[in-house]
Ligand binder design. Structure first.
Ligand code: ADP
Ligand code: AMP
Length: 245
């Protein structure tokens, strides 16, 4: 049978092939959507993204996840990004715009995308607009994960992530079935090096100074929906669904 990316499809269990086929058939009837999730660190963007992604058949592009993968693999991009990330500062606009431009070409982005953690500066937002304009498309909706800073320290310091997939857990609010183990793969979870109270301070400062103006940028375009991100996860999901319906 035909092979694809080094995987012989004859080796893939029939149930997996059927599930993927059904998923693709269901996806064909979904409208295209291009979404941006904006919010401070810990506001719940990464928690809601997989739910939106599955519902609308979109790709989930989280610049933080991509940069962490590059740092772990010690690629030239990762080497350039590491210092700023460790300090809780933003990496340069050109670095992240380049990775987003490349990532959007993936077949999984055919129906649209969820941008999580990008754009984080007005320059990035302008460059994204240029990029999309060249493709003849535009951003449909910006979900603003509005939340008070005081709630974020407990969320950030209790966060555990599965590095390969970006899945996040919380020791108190969303614990894995077995402590420090990913529910899906059984692999170990890690705590991010920048998920400390001290680094959170710089990350929040960067958010207020550099990213909040991005919310104003899209508010002027009339496409922002504000969520109550302090609510429990299921209630936030309900608000997301309402905003996208
Ligand atoms: P972000 O991607 O915006 O940085 P995450 O989705 O990773 O944030 O959430 C940060 C932490 O808070 C995670 O440990 C997650 O399990 C937890 N969390 C996410 N949403 C909620 C919520 N609505 N209420 C309580 N905890 C949450
Ligand atoms: P996050 O996973 O979204 O919390 O991002 C982790 C870190 O990656 C940030 O503190 C920044 O150093 C860097 N980063 C992620 N996305 C961007 C972006 N769009 N622009 C600049 N830096 C970013």
């Amino acid at each position: 049978m035909a092979s694809n990316g080094g995987v012989d499809l004859a080796d893939v269990p029939s149930v997996d092939l059927m599930t993927e086929l059904l998923r693709r058939m269901k996806c064909q009837s979904k409208p295209d959507k291009r979404l941006i999730l904006i919010g401070p660190p810990g506001s719940g963007k990464g928690t809601q993204s997989p739910i939106i992604k599955d519902e609308y058949c979109l790709c989930h592009l989280a610049t933080g996840d991509m940069l962490r993968a590059a740092v772990a693999a010690k690629t030239p991009l990762g080497v350039k990004a590491k210092e700023a990330m460790d300090k809780g500062e933003l990496v340069s606009d050109d670095l992240v715009v380049g990775i987003i431009d490349e990532a959007m070409k993936k077949p999984s982005c055919q129906k649209g995308f969820i941008l999580d953690g990008f754009p984080r500066t007005v320059v990035q937002a302008e460059k994204l607009d240029d990029m999309l304009q060249k493709k003849g498309v535009k951003v449909d909706k910006v979900l603003n994960f509005a939340i008070d800073d005081t709630i974020l320290e407990e969320r950030i310091t209790g966060r555990w992530i599965h590095l390969p997939s970006g899945r996040s857990y919380h020791s108190k609010f969303a614990p894995p079935k077995i402590p420090e183990i990913d529910d899906v793969t059984g692999e170990p979870l890690i705590q991010r090096k920048d998920d400390t109270a001290a680094v959170l301070k710089s990350r929040l400062e960067a958010f207020h100074r550099q990213t909040e103006p991005v919310i104003d940028y899209y508010t002027k375009k009339g496409i922002v929906a504000e969520l109550h991100a302090e609510k429990p996860p299921k209630e936030v999901t309900a608000e997301v669904q309402k905003a996208l319906s």
